[in-house]
Design a protein around this ligand. Structure first.
Ligand code: SF4
Length: 232
């Protein structure tokens, strides 16, 4: 199966690729995404110039969508199962490029919007990797007062390691750090002592995602956050 080059495409090339999407009713791209990203709908929004709406759709499904556009092994997931790539030498749709554009634009737009005022129960999220950051963003979006803590004592979010290892550009990690700060999420090191009126969500990623599948961690975070919100 042909694959796109996981490298640079300019905006015109990305739009040309978006135009090639068939908008499948039973999208095999989505079926093979660990986050079940609504890929045809996002591509359609992007294709028709609604970049921020595409970004919002992607972010609401997966707050780490921008990170995933760099880290996912697309050749075994969405792109690798795109129906357009079924014939040899025909390029599948490089959805990662549209996701990267739309998610990046939407994250920047969020930084210009007022944060949701904190209300309800405070939550300490343990673990500052992808699962913890996703959970913190989901909870902050719901107006919860969130503290993100790294029990192993490392300051800052562990996402920064991905930038240090060259998997993700530094400015993408900065964007997530700025969004956490903008939404009032406090990031610190250390294990919490019992704090009255505060719930704890363990996102220490004891069961790591498969390599190249960070969306698995986001899905796990969504499940944990949904359970916490149901119980509280
Ligand atoms: S499988 Fe390919 S052509 Fe079909 S909706 Fe997904 S990206 Fe578009």
């Amino acid at each position: 199966m042909a694959n796109s080059v996981f490298g640079h495409l300019d905006e015109e090339e990305i739009l040309q690729q978006a135009e090639r999407c068939l908008g499948c009713g039973k999208p095999t791209c989505k079926d093979n995404c660990p986050a079940a990203t609504p890929i045809p709908q996002a591509i359609e929004l992007y294709r028709t110039g609604k970049t921020l709406e595409a970004g919002r759709l992607l972010f609401q499904n997966n707050p780490l969508c921008l990170l995933c556009s760099y880290m996912c092994d697309v050749h075994t997931q969405c792109e690798g199962h795109c129906i357009r790539g079924r014939r040899k030498r025909i390029m599948p749709i490089p959805f990662w490029a549209m996701e990267r554009q739309a998610a990046g634009a939407y994250l920047k737009a969020l930084l210009g919007q007022e944060a949701v005022p904190s209300q309800g129960q405070s939550v300490i999220v343990l673990g500052t990797g992808a699962e913890g950051v996703a959970a913190a963003l989901l909870l902050a979006q719901q107006g919860r007062c969130v503290q993100l803590r790294n029990p192993d004592g490392t300051p800052g979010v562990l996402l920064a390691r991905q930038a240090a290892e060259g998997n993700v550009p530094q400015d993408v990690v900065f964007l997530y750090e700025r969004l956490l700060a903008h939404w009032g999420v406090q990031v610190s090191a250390g294990t919490p002592s019992d704090e009255a009126g505060t719930a704890t969500l363990d996102c220490r990623e004891t069961g790591q995602a498969s390599p190249g599948r960070p969306a698995e961690l986001v899905t796990r975070a969504k499940q944990k956050v949904a359970q916490l919100l149901t119980e509280s």
